[in-house]
Design a protein around this ligand. Structure first.
Ligand SMILES: [Zn+2]
Length: 144
């Protein structure tokens, strides 16, 4: 049976609630304490955007290689890269991440390696970034 629940956010949403009468009542009561799906999704998007903005700020000082790939790949890779590098910056106590990671601009590479540990990512980055030339000041420099 479908129940029309008024959620904590004030919106109504229909829910199919299976189970015994007491289970239905308990679930229906619990649902009134939660937000509707639309508000839940909006909250998640806002949280993701806020986290993404923090990641972007944490890596804004780095000279990142321009991402290359399809528009969709570049958009996805940008958030993956910012998240990973922000974590490396944090792990380095605010210091710069390994220049090899900063030098990788292949969007697909970031997407394909998004689940690797930081150590494995670094190993792959060092292998993937032959164009990286260490400069005297230790900053990444890209071959044109
Ligand atoms: Zn709502």
């Amino acid at each position: 049976m479908t129940h029309c629940i008024t959620h904590a956010c004030g919106h109504e949403q229909a829910h199919y609630i299976p189970g015994s009468t007491s289970e239905k009542a308990r679930k229906a009561r619990w649902l009134t304490t939660t937000k509707c799906r639309a508000c839940f999704v909006a909250d998640r998007k806002a949280e993701d955007a806020a986290a993404g903005a923090l990641d972007d700020a944490a890596v804004a000082h780095l000279c990142l290689a321009p991402l290359v790939g399809s528009e969709r790949q570049v958009g996805w890779a940008a958030s993956i890269r910012a998240k990973r590098l922000a974590r490396m910056v944090q792990a380095a106590g605010g210091g710069d991440p390994d220049p090899a990671c900063v030098a990788v601009g292949d969007a697909r590479w970031w997407i394909d390696h998004r689940d690797l540990s930081d150590a494995d990512l670094l190993t792959k980055a060092r292998a993937a970034a032959p164009a990286y030339v260490p400069a005297g000041d230790g900053a990444a420099r890209h071959a044109a």
